[in-house]
Design a protein around this ligand. Structure first.
Ligand SMILES: NC(=O)c1ccc[n+]([C@@H]2O[C@H](COP(=O)([O-])OP(=O)(O)OC[C@H]3O[C@@H](n4cnc5c(N)ncnc54)[C@H](OP(=O)(O)O)[C@@H]3O)[C@@H](O)[C@H]2O)c1
Length: 338
């Protein structure tokens, strides 16, 4: 089959398009014709070898995918060749598709059938492929773990990415007031169109000062009452933004994280955690039920995935470079069978 592949860590020049062995369908597996695969923040990290995870070379990038079943293992029941699916891409024992197991930027991909999730008729393959990793993670972080409601002011850092744009949409759907950060005005304009109430351009403004000007400065009163600050902060950026974010969180506020794009062992400031009785909440992955909930939201138009571009397989290297250059808003879709 035709696939995008790389055999050593480095930049996008390590990616080539060429022949790759067809996937072998085990007794409990399904082989999917991949109509759409989406890129995530981890694709440049896996290519660059910066995560500490072992990479099985030669490697195919791309974690999320949607398409149709072309082959089923002898033990698989309840599914038929031709069914449209959008699998849950995390396979216990093998890891995440595109991280420690072969990605799906290829004409065909194998997945244990237990991971198959049906794509609703009203959802296109491009939209379905945009959802699992970014939107599933955002759904769990915002709703299941973060319990965001209409009374919350939510600060979302790096809101221009795949996870971030969905966080903005879910926070607005919950009725919350939303503050976003981004590194360029054109990206922030797109987030305003999505409903963001306040924007902070981190290439021009100091995060802490700008957030205090919008949401007020957190203060701990004798009665436990708070002054200002964001009720909820979504911070999967880490790095220097971690300690800065602690200074923007309301007393008893919730800071949620699902990643650390700019560094996972940043300096922190423990004084803020005890003084303001802050809650630091982790969120990891998403369940099949949460993925189905997101697919249903898209099927009913309660959620419209933000697609930056939809391109053929030979455009995958420049598309990953765009992620590295922080030059996109939302998700890039690659169509391996086009
Ligand atoms: N635990 C899980 O299950 C899980 C699942 C999915 C994702 N994640 C994690 O969640 C995070 C977000 O993923 P993603 O796919 O949406 O995209 P991403 O590429 O990590 O980017 C999100 C945004 O972060 C900003 N950014 C990128 N590099 C940065 C840097 N060095 N310093 C500061 N800001 C930077 C960019 O916005 P601006 O340029 O506009 O600032 C970008 O749009 C990642 O850390 C990812 O690993 C975790």
């Amino acid at each position: 089959m035709r696939a995008a592949k790389f055999s050593e860590h480095g930049g996008v020049d390590k990616i080539s398009i060429g022949d790759f062995p067809d996937p072998e369908c085990g007794p409990g597996d399904a082989v999917i014709k991949v109509n759409a695969v989406s890129l995530n923040g981890f694709d440049p990290m896996i290519l660059g070898g910066t995560t500490g995870l072992p990479t099985p070379f030669p490697m195919i990038p791309g974690g999320d995918f949607a398409g149709e079943i072309v082959e089923l293992g002898s033990e698989v029941k309840d599914w038929s060749v031709g069914d449209r699916v959008c699998p849950h891409p995390f396979v216990p024992g093998e890891g995440m598709t595109g991280e420690t197991r072969l990605g799906a930027a290829s004409e065909y991909a194998r997945i244990p059938a237990i991971h198959l999730i049906r794509t609703p008729d009203a959802v296109s393959d491009d939209d379905a492929a945009a959802l699992p990793i970014a939107y599933g993670t955002a759904y769990r972080m915002m709703l299941t773990r973060g319990k965001v409601t209409a009374s919350d002011t939510v600060l979302i850092l790096g809101a221009t990415g795949g996870v971030g744009t969905c966080c903005v949409q879910l926070a607005k759907a919950a009725g919350a007031t939303v503050i976003v950060t981004g590194s360029a005005q054109w990206k922030l304009d797109k987030l305003s169109e999505l409903g963001a109430d306040h924007v902070i351009d981190t290439s021009q403004e100091d995060l802490v000062k700008a957030c205090h000007a919008i949401a007020g400065k957190p203060r701990m009163g004798m009665t436990g009452d708070s002054g200002g600050g964001a009720d909820v902060i979504i911070n999967y950026i880490g790095g220097d933004t971690w300690a800065q974010s602690l200074r923007c969180l309301k007393p008893d506020g919730r800071m949620l994280t699902c990643g650390a794009t700019a560094g996972y062992a940043p300096p922190t400031d423990i004084r803020y955690i005890w003084t303001y009785e802050q809650n630091i909440i982790g969120s990891n992955g998403w369940t099949a039920e949460e993925q189905i909930a997101v697919l249903d939201m898209v099927a009913t138009k309660a959620l419209i995935p933000v697609i930056h571009a939809s391109r053929p397989l030979d455009q995958i290297a420049p598309s990953i470079q765009e992620l590295i250059d922080r030059a996109i808003v939302g998700k890039t879709i690659i169509r391996p069978n086009e």
